[in-house]
Write a protein that binds this ligand. Structure first.
Ligand code: 5GP
Length: 113
């Protein structure tokens, strides 16, 4: 099931996925298949399909996702060693789940592109 319901179920606590942080705007949880020692996904609680659906009205959601990712990086103590933030968009960008999400990766030296 690679659809938006995966993340909606996590946000609505209908799965056993461990939520790291949640407030009225965003939810953060561990990626089920981590690509680094720390791999956290940050999603907006309101449904946005991908970056192409960001507009002036909802831009604050994206800014907030970024802001909270940086906060989480600090809480996870990976901010000094460094980390990477990725947002995939559509097929060529490698987006598999059609629900906007930000990858926070760190805790080890990441490979370059
Ligand atoms: P994308 O490739 O769409 O940018 O990233 C989707 C991410 O969601 C992948 O890194 C994948 O491992 C993760 N993922 C897929 N299904 C689940 C799930 O059921 N739970 C969690 N926590 N992560 C998932």
């Amino acid at each position: 099931m690679m659809n938006k319901k995966i993340f909606q179920n996590i946000i609505n606590k209908k799965t056993h996925s461990k939520i790291i942080f949640q407030d009225e705007k965003i939810t953060a949880f561990h990626d089920i298949s981590p690509k680094a020692r720390i791999h956290i996904l940050i999603v907006p609680n309101i449904f946005i399909k991908n970056l192409n659906h960001i507009n002036k009205k909802n831009l604050n959601v994206l800014t907030y996702m970024l802001h909270m990712s940086i906060k989480i990086a600090k809480k996870e103590k990976i901010h000094k060693s460094g980390y990477r933030i990725i947002i995939n968009c559509n097929k060529n960008g490698g987006q598999k789940i059609p629900y906007l999400h930000l990858h926070l990766l760190g805790g080890e030296k990441l490979k370059n592109f």
